[in-house]
Design a protein around this ligand. Structure first.
Ligand SMILES: [Zn+2]
Length: 196
């Protein structure tokens, strides 16, 4: 009897694990803003040519949201390199120099939108000084920010691209919140009206 309930417990646990895997399509970024000790030296001085379009897109979006520190974004080289098993990292050196390193194997398996999402997240750390923001948008299952420590699915990012950019650069989540709630209301008006 004891053995049976143990087996049932194991099976339930396994089932739960499989369900989690199938539901979650985000990528855990872990601790990816890393302060390097004194004596560590930045590995690169310029950005890899194939990554320049993503950095330019970040700058363009940054300017569109009223940013003015473009020169300091240019001071952050973005390259492929040893990310210590992580997808990407923002390294901050003791002299305040910064750089972003990206895992090439991960990169090669991603769409350009998801690549953009990673670069925006890492430059969110390195250029905007943002830390992780791990909550969900109220009454939804959407990340409240590109700065979530789990990189959201391409689908979620595409659905609310402009509101996610707005939140990243202004730190104001209201536009995202309204956009998501509007979308949920359009999907299921009865569910939303009954919850009000
Ligand atoms: Zn991060």
């Amino acid at each position: 009897m004891k053995l049976n309930s143990y087996n049932l417990y194991r099976q339930l646990l396994l089932l739960w694990g499989v369900m989690l895997l199938s539901v979650s399509c985000g990528t855990d970024l872990g601790v990816d803003m890393i302060y390097k000790s004194a004596g560590s030296i930045r590995q690169y001085q310029v950005t890899n040519q194939s990554l320049v379009p993503y950095v330019n897109r970040f700058k363009e979006r940054y300017l569109a949201h009223g940013g003015s520190l473009v020169a300091s974004i240019d001071d952050i080289p973005v390259n492929f390199g040893d990310t210590n098993e992580k997808v990407g990292v923002c390294l901050i050196y003791s002299n305040d120099q910064r750089e972003v390193l990206v895992n090439l194997d991960w990169w090669n398996g991603q769409s350009s939108r998801r690549r953009e999402l990673l670069i925006f997240h890492e430059l969110g750390h390195c250029a905007l000084g943002r830390e992780h923001q791990d909550n969900k948008v109220e009454k939804s299952n959407f990340s409240s920010s590109i700065m979530n420590s789990v990189l959201m699915s391409e689908r979620d990012y595409r659905m609310f691209l402009a509101p996610y950019h707005f939140e990243l650069f202004t730190r104001d989540g209201d536009v995202l919140l309204s956009a998501i709630h509007q979308e949920l209301a359009d999907d299921d008006p009865i569910a939303v009206s009954s919850s009000q």
